[in-house]
Design a protein around this ligand. Structure first.
Ligand code: LLP
Length: 463
């Protein structure tokens, strides 16, 4: 295969990606409460503070880059979700968004359950004392060892993702003399995107068992017939970073239809349905997420209505928000290293982290915002691109953002809404050391996941 090369022009792509901000915000120093953790504000000198501690002190004590997590905000969001769904529903925090032992303890204290999707997440949860019955175990290819560990520990539910897994979990439970509570994950034919959903291509993905073609009905048949399994319900997760409730509506309707079919065929009313996670958060001022109570009401109404129409008792609902709980609670603090203005184009601002601590921009074209954190500035706005220190030109943290034009090396800048899927997807690319997560609350800051060290890297490299 031949590839042609051409001399590069001054610009690689459009100066401003279509759909991005076209004008700078009115006030570059403003902190939009939609994207910042609740206790974040500026002090009298203009520096950002979280939990009452200024970023300059935090950077001195913990270094940069680092994630600073507002613990009281995390707890408040857990509380809001638990409260919104009430006693007749269960909220499972999706640990894949960010999990640590401190987080597991906060979840317990705030009355949430936990969704884990690997042996590593399961052991973190158990080690931190999460009661096994409050854990849901997910994954499209759980190993036999993981299944054994989960069944032995007595997890509250295993979400079955395939026909093989129905047999594996049943066999394992029987061998251990147990009856495992399970749900079956179905793919309902809804593909959800941020602002819209399209019902298409639904079988063309690795997760779950399709409702189409009677696959899910067959899975239910098998699960009901196996002694090792107690089938408690049906699970559906339609996607992530969703704002539009219409996708959930279709999903709930189709899951309820399956419950009705199960009742008609087996005379059994399955008591639970899980509608998964995926609720969107604000990454920039353009995003308008819903509050937990609105989501709870919308989902509750949909399920009740569909069940009434099908003549079913309303099942117990569960949900699995990850991003919506932890996402807004943290920001990443970076130090500016180099600044490269390109006349008529944009200014590249290089920071001391990058795609190793936030892969989402490179991976999903995700949008973030950024502010000068260590001080305020009245300088003119400049169109900036915040990039990392990795050997890759796609190493972009914030693609298009306005920063003050007097930005200088040594300034601290902060990227909000990095609590979800940033530390949990961090990598050691270029032997970067993954940053710490520091929980801040009421004037106290403590490391909950420490910074990686070169010794950590060398320990794995056995020579
Ligand atoms: N439940 C199940 C079964 C899931 O697969 C997921 C996410 C969740 C709950 C939680 O979804 P959330 O509420 O956090 O959106 N790495 C991507 C997101 C992948 C989500 C995978 N599953 C990102 O950075 O956007």
């Amino acid at each position: 295969m031949s590839r042609s090369a051409h001399p590069a022009g001054p610009r690689h792509a459009d100066v401003m990606t279509e759909g991005h901000y076209t004008a700078p915000p009115a006030d570059l120093n403003a902190l939009d409460e939609k994207v910042w953790a609740r206790t974040v504000t500026r002090d009298e000198e203009g520096a950002i503070t979280v939990g009452g501690i200024g970023v300059t002190r935090l950077a001195e004590e913990f270094g940069t880059p680092a994630y600073f997590l507002d613990e009281s905000d995390f707890r408040a969001r857990c509380h809001a979700w638990a409260d919104a769904f009430g006693r007749d529903a269960d909220v499972f925090y999706a640990g894949k968004a960010f999990l640590s032992r401190a987080v597991v303890r906060w979840l317990q204290e705030e009355g949430l359950n936990l969704d884990v999707c690997s042996g590593g997440e399961l052991s973190t949860a158990l080690d931190a004392g999460m009661p096994a019955e409050r854990i849901a175990f997910h994954g499209n290819n759980k190993t036999v060892a993981e299944i054994e560990r989960a069944v032995e520990a007595g997890v509250g539910r295993i979400v079955l993702d395939s026909f093989q897994e129905i047999a594996r979990v049943a066999h394992t439970a029987q061998r251990l003399g147990k009856r495992q509570r399970v749900q079956i994950r179905v793919t309902v034919g809804v593909e959800a995107h941020t602002h819209e959903f399209i019902a298409t291509a639904h079988e063309d993905q690795k997760f779950g068992i399709a409702l189409a073609g009677g696959q899910a009905a067959e899975a239910v048949r098998r699960a009901l017939a196996l002694d090792g399994l107690e089938l408690i319900g049906i699970h559906s997760h339609i996607g992530s970073q969703i704002f539009d409730m219409a996708g959930f509506e279709v999903s709930a309707r189709r899951v309820v239809q399956l419950l009705a079919e199960v009742r008609d065929e087996h005379g059994v009313e399955l008591p639970e349905i899980d509608l998964g996670g995926g609720l969107g958060i604000a990454y920039t001022s353009e995003d308008d997420p819903r509050e937990p109570h609105e989501i709870a009401k919308a989902l509750g109404d949909i399920v009740t209505r569909e069940c009434e129409a099908a003549g079913l008792a309303t099942p117990r609902i569960s949900v699995e928000p990850g991003r919506a709980i932890v996402g807004p609670t943290a920001f990443t603090l970076y130090e500016v290293g180099t600044i490269k203005p390109l006349e008529g184009l944009r200014t590249y601002v290089s920071v001391d982290g990058g795609m190793s601590d936030n892969i989402r921009t490179a991976l999903y074209d995700a949008e973030y915002s950024v502010v000068l954190a260590s001080r305020t500035s009245d300088a003119e706005p400049m169109l900036a691109r915040v990039v990392g220190k990795h050997c890759e030109s796609g190493d972009i943290v914030v693609k298009d953002a306005f920063l003050p034009s007097d930005l200088a090396p040594g300034d601290l800048i902060a990227v909000p809404a990095t609590g979800a899927y940033c530390r949990s997807m961090a990598s050691n690319y270029n032997h970067a050391l993954r940053p710490p997560v520091v929980a801040v609350r009421d004037g106290q800051a403590r490391v909950i996941v420490r910074r990686e060290t070169e010794e950590d890297l060398l320990r794995l490299d056995v020579g």
